[in-house]
Design a protein. Structure first.
Lengths: 387, 422
């Protein structure tokens, strides 16, 4: 995959995780005990041998810069290529309005021109998956596609899937993997209209990973921006559906898109399934993240932890069930935590009861307090809150 | 002002002696230098010394390697894990090497430093800190260096108070009330003091250089700091002080002390606090996902690292990364090193399981045979160095009793290891 450059697109971010994205972009949302969302797609690119990776941010990028730094923990601190970050402040034309992803790319055209790779893969950052980019490239070449769009089909056994398949870019797949038609589902479409579209033919959803030749991307950017269009999907893909060979590649392994509090909660708890754990963290490669040097987890005398994921440096003396504990969480004696996600450096004091809650970083729940949400409506507690 | 060379100058250079074989650790050091032996569920022994250097503000460290250096070399690399991948200084691995007139192995601790005089000289240091890579402790060397300067000493030796009953197992220093060293006694039968040398020395470099060169000319010398250099400096009335250290310090040179030091971490409030963010112990991180404890898991009074999957019961044990524990399995008082796979219904008691070992369903690692003299005693620790597949192997069947000579230090305790050799 030396001949492919990676672009991670944060422009679609709309603070869908509300409480936990006040201070950070979706891409930097803590996930799975020790990661940030962007780690999954970034590590997948690195594992595929992609060595030139750029991240186009939109706003609130401090948390992301702090997380990635030189890219060393992903082996991207390279002399040749490596990790690049482009922030919206870097504008050719002076304008304070963020127009869209194509504008961001246009502002940094020099970087794309200068890159030596022939192909480019563009991905959203909010994907939880261990993705095999090599297979997409093979598919792209075999089908002589101009653009390849990665999609997923609905898993009828899961309730959360309903949500996934009523937004975003929906595809109608024709013969030979070619996309016959596609439509971007807008937020203001009524539920019945969404259903109708899904049942009609648009029953596959793009996950937000696209592959194409770099030269084509440059053409799309230049042609669109010159006309005042800034959306890659609507202006670049949908308008050119008739003239380009756009193919759909079906992803079969685990893949979750985190775009709401409910999907965050549900997909976090997915990880308690051993098959998902194994699939997500080991196949085809490892997921890297910022190294923190925490000691192992210490289980004290009264600890009772079942069906849970625990990250390093936690000290546990209470009861934890069906939950995810991030690094350096302290659970004191007599505390009970159920179906919850507790982010880093949070302290749960004695005899606290938590159920269906998401606690952001550095929260403290004082002695004897009780917090309870519903499975499909978790209580979210903001960063550094003391209750 | 001079430029160039002066920029390299360092006040103090640290030299870590990491070439020892650690033969008393048996299978654990068969393919590994002692400083590379895993410790505490995450670390290797040398992490403590390297992290102490980094936390003390020392950024120039030489690591002297000799015995089985592959794992150690790979582990330390360019020192990035301890923030020692520096442009000026940083960590340097220093094995013995050939010279124009031939070359030789490191004959002793002093000889190892002598052979690397060029390395030290290139930083024109005022002081040299000599450390060993096989002790578990947290120590601020910068305070000791301040003490050395304050006392205008030529040599300073860090000492720790040990229980009087054990004093005869250590190198003991007798001092006056100001901390000036008056006498050395190696493992004295009747100790006059309980201040034991920790094997941590600071020397003024110009003075040490002379002694190293003199020592090399003496064919009767064993070229060792403790046996030769320090006594000679004392005899010739060099200013030598003892720096009192307070805190946890443990030499993990034997199976028993290694096991004990691991178990010490499981106390409710251990003396050695790994969770203190002001004095973090750094190590190479294995990049594993968070650990998973299943619905049937029962884990308490234990340390467990990332990448572990636990279905069974774990009590008072230390688990390194990537360990799998099957359902119905019981682990107690054990140290399970990285990537060990343990099947279902296994019983492990008071044991050390070496890296990468696989234990099949139903195996017993521990000897519960009543009256088995070979391995089950008060201190009996089973060390498993190779995978076992059959259900019929319990330790007393394949135990190789180690020669009594190797256990000289443990007279009275008896043979305390049942060991399955690789």
């Amino acid at each position: 995959m030396k001949n492919v450059m990676g672009i991670i697109n944060l422009s679609a971010e709309e603070d869908l995780l509300k409480g936990i994205t006040l201070h950070r972009p979706d891409a930097a949302v803590p996930f799975a005990g020790r990661y940030r969302l962007i780690d999954f797609i970034l590590s997948s690119m690195v594992n595929a041998g992609i060595k030139n990776i750029s991240i186009f941010t939109k706003n609130k990028y401090r948390a992301l810069v702090d997380h990635l730094q030189s890219g060393k923990d992903w082996d991207l601190d390279r002399k040749r290529d490596g990790l690049f970050m482009f922030h919206p402040g870097n504008l050719k034309e002076d304008t304070s309005i963020y127009k869209g992803f194509l504008q961001s790319l246009y502002n940094n055209l020099d970087y794309i021109y200068k890159s030596k790779q022939e192909y480019v893969v563009i991905s959203d950052a909010n994907l939880v998956c261990n993705f095999d980019f090599e297979q997409v490239l093979n598919f792209h070449l075999k089908n002589k596609a101009d653009i390849t769009i990665v999609y997923r089909e609905k898993d009828k056994n899961k309730e959360i899937e309903e949500q996934f398949f009523n937004r975003g870019l929906m595809l109608d797949l024709g013969e030979n993997n070619q996309i016959a038609d596609m439509i971007e589902i807008e937020a203001d479409f009524s539920i019945s209209k969404k259903r109708r579209l899904f049942n009609k033919k648009f029953n596959k959803r793009s996950v937000g990973i696209y592959m194409m030749a770099k030269s084509l991307l440059l053409d799309l950017i230049n042609a669109s921006v010159a006309r005042g269009y800034y959306d890659l999907v609507k202006d670049g893909f949908i308008k050119n559906l008739a003239t380009l060979n756009i193919c759909g590649y079906r992803h079969q392994g685990y893949l979750a898109k985190i775009d709401s509090i409910e999907s965050y909660h549900q997909h976090s708890l997915d990880l308690l399934n051993q098959e998902v754990w194994q699939d997500l963290f080991f196949n085809p490669g490892l997921i890297y993240t910022k190294v923190k040097d925490g000691p192992p987890v210490k289980y004290m005398k009264n600890a009772k932890v079942n069906n849970s994921l625990v990250a390093n440096a936690c000290i546990i003396d209470g009861v934890v069930e069906n939950s995810i504990l991030f690094r350096r969480v302290k659970v004191h004696k007599g505390a009970l935590i159920k179906n919850s996600i507790i982010m880093q450096k949070t302290e749960i004091e004695q005899n606290v009861v938590l159920e269906n809650v998401i606690l952001d970083k550095e929260v403290r729940i004082t002695k004897g307090k009780r917090l309870k949400g519903e499975p499909n409506y978790p209580v979210v507690v903001g960063k550094k809150t003391v209750i | 002002m001079k430029r160039g060379d002066d920029l390299r100058k360092k006040d103090c250079v640290a030299m870590i002696l990491a070439g020892g074989q650690g033969s008393r650790l048996g299978v654990l050091t068969q393919k590994l230098a002692k400083p590379a032996v895993p410790f505490g569920g995450k670390y290797r022994i040398i992490d403590f010394t390297l992290s102490n250097c980094y936390n003390s503000g020392l950024d120039t460290v030489g690591v002297l390697t000799q015995y089985q250096p592959l794992a150690l070399n790979t582990y330390i690399g360019i020192g990035g894990s301890w923030d020692m991948d520096r442009k000026n200084g940083g960590v340097a691995l220093l094995p013995p090497y050939m010279r124009k007139e031939g070359g030789e192995w490191y004959k002793g601790t002093a000889n190892a430093i002598l052979q690397n005089m060029d390395f030290i000289d290139s930083y024109q240091p005022n002081y040299v800190l000599i450390l060993s890579g096989d002790h578990i402790y947290k120590m601020d060397y910068s305070l000791m260096l301040d003490y050395h300067k304050e006392k205008k000493a030529e040599a300073t030796i860090a000492v720790i108070e040990v229980p009087w009953a054990e004093a005869s197992r250590f190198g003991i220093l007798n001092t006056n009330e100001n901390g000036k060293v008056l006498e050395f006694e190696e493992k004295p039968a009747k100790p006059k003091s309980n201040l034991a040398s920790m094997g941590v020395y600071i020397f003024s470099w110009e003075v040490l250089k002379e002694y190293l060169q003199q020592d090399e000319q003496d064919p009767t010398s064993s070229n060792d700091f403790g046996k030769d250099i320090n006594p000679k400096m004392l005899k010739q009335k060099q200013r030598m002080y003892a720096y009192p250290f307070e805190g946890y310090w443990k030499d993990v040179g034997t199976i028993q002390s290694l096991w004990e030091a691991n178990m010490d971490l499981l106390d409710e409030y251990p003396q050695l606090d790994l969770y203190d963010t002001n004095w973090q112990i750094y190590s190479v991180n294995p990049n594993q996902p968070p650990q998973y404890l299943s619905a049937t898991a029962k884990v308490c009074r234990s340390l467990v690292n990332e990448g572990c999957v636990i279905h069974g019961s774990v009590t008072r044990s230390v688990l390194f990364p990537g360990v799998y524990v099957g359902t119905g399995t019981t682990i107690k008082d054990a140290i399970i090193m990285p990537n060990v796979k343990i099947g279902s219904d296994v019983v492990i008691k008071k044991a050390i399981i070496c890296e990468g070992v696989t234990i099949a369903d139903g195996c017993q690692v521990s000897c519960q045979e009543a009256g088995c003299q070979q391995c089950y005693s008060e201190a009996g620790i089973t060390v498993l160095g190779k995978s076992i597949t059959g259900t019929d192997i319990s330790c007393h069947q394949k135990v190789v009793r180690r020669s009594s000579k190797e256990f000289e230090g443990f007279k009275g305790i008896g043979f305390n290891t049942g060991e399955i050799l690789t």
